[in-house]
Ligand binder design. Structure first.
Ligand code: ATP
Length: 322
């Protein structure tokens, strides 16, 4: 028989992402609408173990739909993979009669939610991460905002790069998933995009810059993801091999911040609402995502095994980029 739930908790974990607050708001509002008590856990699984759990009412989530970061805070607790640590978290929830948990974050956060589900607590994972590296959703909450931030910065770099006849190398986030780089490269008319999926070759970079020189370009734009190569060193190599004045810019954590775009706010609201519905239906151990603009629930275990595909819309655009 389905157990009726009365109290649920939310946490945000892993790297913060714009739209996490909009997700928290959606969960609190949908929860209260359905007669639930909703508790906020501060600082991810670390705060859960420490018992940093507070009741949230509607006022707690006013004026946050447009705010970046997460009002609940985020933290990393690698020890959460240990049974005895997760058991403390479970006891914290049980002692407050909390029936279920919604965890917003990346795949590490999903592993924590799966662990708790296996220990008897219904958990739902929501994809809150800028990298778009969760295979069980076409888009993650925060990705669109991060792309907007990168595009705005690259557009500014293009102005100066064009004036001074320079090559700009822009490093963006997305260690395991090049979607930010790809989307930003398409949107800014980049000459080359380098990600973990495309692979990296110095020869190809030099060839691209020389091609642009042959076409009398006033600027060259290369978008590259983090952890591929030392971009400052790459700028020196381009100078050396082509004579084209080159500069590297690392966008870094600026991509994590800022006010979420309407797309992210709507996605956050849909997924937050759907997570509450799943819990009310007695479901747990699932994560929510969107495919073809439809909200889809996938078992977390299966989601963690799925391989992230590069967003299919980008695959056809190699003809435009180089
Ligand atoms: P991002 O994509 O932004 O890095 P993430 O959710 O993948 O987000 P992680 O640091 O990998 O970030 O994970 C967040 C937290 O989830 C960890 O600090 C830890 O508390 C918990 N976690 C990660 N892996 C596991 C695991 N195998 N078992 C239980 N809990 C885990």
């Amino acid at each position: 028989m389905k157990k009726e739930i009365k109290k649920i908790a939310i946490l945000t974990s892993g790297g913060d992402a714009p739209g996490m607050n909009a997700t928290i708001r959606a969960i609190v509002r949908a929860g209260i609408h359905n007669g639930l008590e909703v508790y906020g856990v501060e600082e991810g699984y670390k705060g859960l173990v420490e018992g940093k759990i507070k009741l949230m009412n509607r006022d707690a989530v006013t004026n946050i739909i447009n705010r970046g970061g997460t009002i609940l805070g985020s933290a990393r607790l690698p020890e959460f993979s240990q049974d005895e640590v997760a058991q403390i978290a479970l006891d914290q929830l049980k002692s407050r009669d909390i029936d279920a948990l919604i965890a917003i974050g990346g795949d590490g956060t999903y592993r924590g939610a799966l662990k708790l589900t296996k220990m008897g607590l219904n958990c739902i994972g929501l994809p809150g991460t800028i990298d778009n590296d969760i295979a069980s959703s076409e888009f993650t909450i925060g990705f669109d905002t991060a792309v907007n931030t990168a595009v705005e910065a690259i557009d500014k770099l293009r102005d100066t790069s064009n004036s001074h006849k320079r090559c700009s190398i822009v490093e963006v986030m997305g260690r395991y998933c090049g979607d930010i780089a790809y989307a930003a490269a398409v949107a800014t008319g980049a000459d080359l995009v380098i990600t973990s999926e495309t692979g990296y070759s110095l020869e190809e970079v030099i060839k691209t810059v020389k091609n642009c020189q042959n076409h009398k370009s006033r600027h060259v734009l290369i978008v590259i993801t983090e952890h591929i190569t030392d971009v400052r060193e790459l700028a020196k190599q381009i100078n050396e091999y082509t004579g084209f004045d080159s500069r590297a810019t690392i966008l870094g954590h600026i991509q994590r911040g800022g006010c979420p775009t309407p797309f992210d706010r709507v996605l956050a609201s849909r997924l937050g609402n759907a997570a509450v519905e799943e819990l009310l239906n007695g479901e747990g151990g699932k994560c929510m995502g969107v495919f073809n603009n439809k909200v889809v629930a996938t078992p977390i275990e299966k989601a963690l095994e799925m391989k992230k595909q590069m967003f299919k819309g980008y695959k056809d655009l190699t003809t435009i980029i180089s």
